[in-house]
Design a protein around this ligand. Structure first.
Ligand SMILES: [Zn+2]
Length: 471
């Protein structure tokens, strides 16, 4: 089965056939840099990171562009509040974004264009629309005339009448139609501005993505992605602008990820119901957050749950422990034969609209299979099976650190949280060993119970006493 993608534009699952065989062009709407990124951003970022990884896993040559919106009302307002320039504020949050992206283990896109570095391209695009009668100027503002584009509404599946009836649109005498939207805004005092044929001003938000995507990917390009909240009006307006300006289709496949709900509310700034990526990663491993997000299909909503994250933490540990166990017995993974059976299953699930939740079921089936082989000491079959496990976990971005290092760091962090050191635990184990030797069972049990209370579980085996952290 070829890769199939649910295309928001058609509302159907379609076989994915790139424009150019063996290559993919993909644009994903980036963040507006005026604040910390929250868990809803993390979902979009992880969704498209996994899609990008999987397209590469399929051997496709990917060109992936994700922009920064670095001029916007929210940036300007926040900069005024803090009495710094909008450019400085934007740079601060671009830096924060890059820190979050690295912490989440995202692959870097091919390009990360910034809106303010593409003003001439936007002006050229707007000029074409004005010349073609698709846009009009009113006192330094330029609006797109939605009625000039017969297909307006084809992405969100709503007619112009429905939109007008559904939206509480402010009456603006300057607009020809209430749904007309700004391509260029005349400059107000104290705001960043650029010279244009319509006077000094700045671009509207939607035109940025039209200009940057087609500059780097051509028109049409293969995949346009973003969060579900961008379908209307942002993505709808991108289509209108770009298709009217070029007289050609814009993007061929539209992929949209679902929301993250906190306490049954959509995560959004307006409700004040937010949780930053940084806050989550202070308490949970980034790989656990990734695995947690992947347990739900990217199109469905996620109810944010700390219990599920804790569970994901355990599942991640199981993957790494299995890999580490394999390394101990077989030595480090070499590039060798990969068992085709589990790989076919994995691909089958991922090819079905990136069904990561079912692909994860294949991964954990493989974890069980590898452990069974390790238990039985069947090393011959093992190599190809653990190579399969490694290939799958790498394709999902779940294995970015050598397992030994991951487990060691986890152990150290666990001790730190419990205000214990490795030496201290060792000293208590020796104290218990001594008590047992002199048959002071009461004392030996006390030491074991005291450690247990701190979340350290002792295990007595033929080669002595080892310990592990309870969750
Ligand atoms: Zn966009």
């Amino acid at each position: 089965m070829p890769l199939c993608i649910t295309n928001t534009l058609s509302g159907r699952k379609e076989p994915f056939v790139p424009l150019k065989q063996g290559a993919v062009t993909m644009y994903v709407c980036g963040v507006t840099v005026y604040d910390q990124c929250h868990i809803g951003h993390a979902r979009a970022l992880l969704t498209f990171d996994v899609i990008y990884r999987y397209l590469r896993f399929l051997g496709l040559d990917c060109r992936f562009v994700r922009n920064f919106t670095d001029v916007d009302d929210k940036i300007i307002n926040r900069a005024h509040e803090e009495d710094i320039s909008p450019a400085d504020l934007a740079q601060r949050y671009i830096d924060e974004f890059h820190r979050d992206a690295a912490a989440l283990g995202l692959l870097e896109p091919t390009l990360e264009p910034r809106a303010t570095e593409h003003i001439p391209e936007m002006i050229a695009l707007i000029s074409r629309l004005v010349e073609g009668g698709k846009a009009y100027e009113v006192a330094g503002d330029v609006y797109f005339a939605v009625e000039s584009f017969g297909d307006y509404g084809k992405l969100s599946g709503r007619s112009l009448e429905e939109m007008t009836a559904g939206a509480r649109v402010e009456v603006d005498d300057r607009k020809r139609h209430p749904m007309d939207f700004a391509l260029w805004k005349t400059g107000k005092e104290g705001e960043p501005f650029w010279d244009s044929p319509w006077g000094r001003g700045r671009p509207g938000w939607h035109i940025e993505c039209s200009a940057m995507s087609t500059k780097y990917l051509g028109q049409p390009f293969d995949i346009h992605g973003g969060g579900q909240d961008l379908v209307f009006p942002h993505n709808e307006n991108e289509i209108a602008q770009s298709e009217c300006a070029a007289g050609a289709a814009f993007a061929r496949y539209w992929i949209h990820n679902g929301f993250v709900r906190l306490a049954r509310e959509k995560m959004s700034k307006s409700t004040g119901n937010i949780l930053s990526i940084k806050e989550v990663l202070e308490r949970y491993d980034p790989v656990a957050l990734r695995l947690y997000m992947l347990t739900t299909h990217y199109r469905n909503p996620i109810e944010f749950s700390e219990d599920a994250l804790t569970e994901a933490q355990r599942s991640v540990a199981r993957i790494y422990e299995t890999a580490s166990r394999g390394n101990r017995i077989l030595g480090p993974c070499r590039n060798g034969a990969v068992d085709p059976g589990p790989m076919d299953d994995f691909r089958g699930e991922m090819d079905d609209d990136f069904n990561t939740s079912r692909a994860l079921a294949v991964v954990f089936e493989e974890v069980r299979a590898v452990n069974r082989l390790l238990d039985r000491g069947e090393t011959r079959a093992l190599e190809a099976r653990r190579n399969a496990l490694r290939a799958m976990t790498e394709a999902l971005g779940l294995m970015q650190t050598p397992p030994e290092r991951f487990l060691e760091e986890k152990r150290r962090a666990g001790l730190l949280r419990r205000a214990l050191s490795e030496d201290e635990v060792q000293r208590l184990i020796e104290e218990r060993n001594h008590a047992r030797k002199v048959r002071d069972w009461g004392r030996a049990d006390d030491v074991r119970d005291a450690l247990k209370e701190k979340g350290i579980i002792l295990k007595d085996g033929p080669s002595g006493t080892t310990w592990e952290l309870s969750e």
